[in-house]
Design a protein around this ligand. Structure first.
Ligand code: SIN
Ligand code: FE
Length: 278
């Protein structure tokens, strides 16, 4: 059963319905011995980000054991801060909060990506081919740690429901046996549900449509250096346009945790197609 929303749920409700909350002030500040880590020189030059898995494994970092330990410590400190933030602001999430990867993003966003699907400068909702969520929400906490005081610039697009309806006729249902096959082949880390296939369809359809990218409604949002913001990136149409140096923590939340389950992409898509998707 889903607990009824109460006043302690205001933060969760705003987040679920509006998709974005910008925190006041500069709630996460680097210590003086962390500041030198904010540099592209610790990257392995291949990966998009340096990341810390919940298991403790660091990926994307240069082969420098001392730097890797310090990077892991910075990301672990960020993760702990983000966890306590969410638990304090949205207490109903606390028992459900599943901690995903932490990332340190040292690339200039404006440089983009070689592949259109990987290009986060294009408006999209988050859905990842290798990481099906099975209907769980993707909640991310970002902090702009740009040392030169440069903002991180995003675009925010139309509401999820409008977005889903726009692409409805183009989305395909998974083929029989497809989810099983992808999981056997190791393409997916968990079995892809029809929900994941639809979400991936939305992600790809919007990113690959040149006209949509040119004409779709959007507003620009600047996150000043030092600012932290929290986003449901699975339901919020977004694009990162410009900016460098950012910390990010990913969380997953089941639908049971939602203050307003009807604002969740799974609920909206299920109503749209008229059947269970996950
Ligand atoms: C994204 O999720 O599309 C990228 C966000 C960012 O790095 O600012
Ligand atoms: Fe994204």
């Amino acid at each position: 059963m889903i607990a009824a929303a109460s006043t302690t749920d205001n933060f969760a409700l705003t987040l679920e319905r509006e998709g974005l909350i910008v925190l006041p002030g500069q709630p996460f500040v680097l210590t003086t011995d962390e500041t030198d880590l904010v540099s592209p020189r610790f990257s392995d030059g291949q990966a998009k980000n340096i990341s810390l898995a919940p298991s403790g494994v660091v990926r994307g970092a240069a082969r420098d054991p001392t730097a890797q330990i310090r990077l892991a410590a910075l990301m672990a400190r960020y993760r702990a801060w983000a966890e306590s933030l969410i638990k304090a602001e949205a207490p109903r999430y606390a028992p459900w909060l599943e901690t995903g990867r932490t990332s340190l993003r040292t690339r200039e966003v404006a440089e983009g990506s070689k592949s259109p699907r990987g290009d986060d400068r294009r408006l999209h909702i988050d859905a990842f081919a290798s990481q099906p969520t099975g209907g769980r929400r993707i909640l991310r906490v970002f902090t702009n740690i740009n040392p030169a005081g440069e903002p991180r610039i995003w675009r925010m697009g139309e509401p999820f429901e409008t977005h889903a309806h726009r692409w409805a006729t183009r989305l395909r249902a998974p083929l029989p046996g497809e989810a099983w096959l992808l999981s056997r082949l190791g393409v997916t880390r968990a079995t892809r549900t029809p929900y994941d296939t639809l979400m991936l369809g939305l992600h790809d359809a919007s990113k690959l449509d040149v006209r949509y990218q040119r004409e779709a409604p959007r507003r620009e949002v600047a996150f000043p250096a030092g600012t932290s913001w929290i986003v449901y990136t699975d339901s919020t149409v977004h694009a990162a346009i410009r900016g460098q140096f950012c910390l990010e923590q990913t969380f997953y939340l089941p639908l049971e945790a939602m203050a307003d389950p009807q604002a969740a992409p799974a609920w909206i898509l299920e109503r749209m197609v008229g059947r269970r998707l996950c």
